[in-house]
Write a protein that binds this ligand. Sequence first.
Ligand code: SF4
Length: 205
Amino acid sequence: MLDAKRFLIALKNMGIDEYVFAEKEGPTLSGLKKAVMNCERCGLAKTRKNVVFGEGSPKAAIVFVGEAPGEEEDNQGRPFVGRAGKLLDQLIERIGLTRNDIFICNVLKCRPPGNRDPEPDEAAACKEYLLAQLDIIRPRIICTLGRHAYNTLLETDAPITRIRGKLTTFRGIPLLPTYHPSYLLRSQGRIKEAWEDMDKLKTML
Ligand code: SF4
């Protein structure tokens, strides 16, 4: 359930004063996006070209959460473009859905230079935005892509091969971890497992 009070306190703690709060609707994705687009909470603000807030339906039944924008995402300001994005589209199609039906975002909204792994302080600084996105959308299912998204939300340090495909919950929402599309492009022998995960998501819907 939406915890607007916790959400607003989190935004206040972030020093965000210009957050747009729609009177009737409460917190909205568009209002949150306006706040995030000017964020300078961590050092990635200095090296990014664009903030990649995420995109899709504000009423999405599934939210996909990746790690961080790559070069092309940073250039375009959109999540999962390029080859990995095309593969993600195919995974989503397997569920019988399109990008318009779901929401896609990352733990980090800004690109780490050279696509390095997120630093713990960067993930900690940006995590509140992800939690706010989940609070606003209130999806029926969360699907994490790769180990960083899972480990950030669950506050653990598990290898992807151990957690992938194992259903758990996050704040009462079913959460299914699967591989990151970029990893699948490098490790095509794992694609069958990713299809199985999408079939599981379809059944859960
Ligand atoms: S990565 Fe997140 S916390 Fe860091 S500057 Fe970008 S939006 Fe802000």
